[in-house]
Design a protein around this ligand. Structure first.
Ligand code: COA
Length: 268
């Protein structure tokens, strides 16, 4: 049985890490500030994303928060003390971390427990799946500060839901419920707050049990296909399929079906 309560390690005062089998859970732990992204917290997440990339035994990553906040955006107090150069450096660094997360070969799930504003919503959009607590709130409220979002939210959202709804969120800064995000196809699942962790871990474990290379190839072709023309993307699907056919997991999956038994995929 999966040990959902595996011990956590603090890799930063506001970031806890634990492994549940092949699933790595990164928990943002800054409850008093609703998970707001200080620059050091963003860097710590970046370091963990790099570590995950180099750890093939980690097959799925869950990013979650604590209490009422997932991440209520960039740390506005830090903004208030920043020079223009420091502000630009923060934006550059957080973009690098967000991009790196979005390009992880492993599957990623944002388990959004509470407020996901600004950078919090944007980092969730970098994950393959968004599981939201029914009480979670989302928004890109930067316009209310006289700013616009810098963590990729507008450009990632527009590719998923089109310009009109993206403009509504970015230009009004309004708050959106988990149900509305689900209706728009952005949230993968909405569950009761106290069931969020279990739901995310169960789905992550389901993904982690899939053959590793097929899981990675599936993510890769879907993500890269979005910026390719259809012909190129269809060819990439077929090349990936041909590669998978020649793997030991591909052979095992087919053989197991024919022999009417469950497949035994490589579990390293
Ligand atoms: N940066 C820094 N601190 C933040 C923060 C942020 N983005 N979001 C919340 N906090 C802090 C508050 O200052 C407060 O700290 P304090 O107790 O030391 O005063 C604490 O977190 C709790 O927030 P509070 O505003 O009291 O909670 P609330 O339930 O009344 O409101 C929000 C919650 C999320 C609606 C509100 O905090 C908010 O609007 N936050 C800013 C969101 C935002 O603009 N994000 C984009 C940033 S670019």
């Amino acid at each position: 049985m999966t040990n959902i309560d595996a011990e956590e390690t603090a890799v930063h005062p506001n970031l806890q890490v634990r492994d549940i089998g092949h699933v790595r859970v990164l928990r943002i732990d800054r409850e008093d500030k609703l998970g707001a992204f200080s620059s050091s917290l963003v860097s710590a997440i970046g370091a963990e994303v790099s570590r995950v990339r180099q750890t093939p035994s980690v097959r799925v990553v869950i990013l979650t928060g604590t209490g009422r906040g997932f991440v209520a955006g960039a740390d506005i107090e830090e903004y208030s003390n920043a020079s223009a150069e420091e502000f630009a450096e923060y934006q550059r660094r957080s973009r690098a971390v967000f991009d790196d997360l979005s390009r992880l070969p492993q599957a990623t799930i944002a388990a959004v427990n509470g407020y996901a504003f600004g950078g919090g919503f944007e980092i969730a959009l970098c994950c393959d799946f968004i599981f939201a607590a029914d009480s979670a709130k989302f928004g890109l409220p930067e316009i209310k500060l006289g700013l616009i979002p810098g963590g990729g939210g507008p450009q990632r959202l527009v590719r998923e839901v089109g310009a009109r709804w993206t403009k509504e969120l970015v230009m009004s800064g309004r708050t959106v419920t988990a149900d509305e995000l689900y209706a728009r196809g952005i949230a993968t699942r909405v569950v009761a707050r106290d069931e969020l962790q279990t739901a995310a871990v169960e789905f992550a474990s389901e993904l982690a049990a899939q053959p590793r290379q097929a899981l990675r190839e599936a993510k890769q072709v879907i993500d890269s296909g979005r910026s390719q023309d259809l012909e190129t993307a269809l060819s990439a699907d077929q090349l990936a399929l041909a590669r998978l056919f020649s793997t030991s997991d591909g052979a095992e999956g087919i053989r197991a079906f024919v022999e009417k038994r469950p497949p035994e995929f490589d579990q390293e």
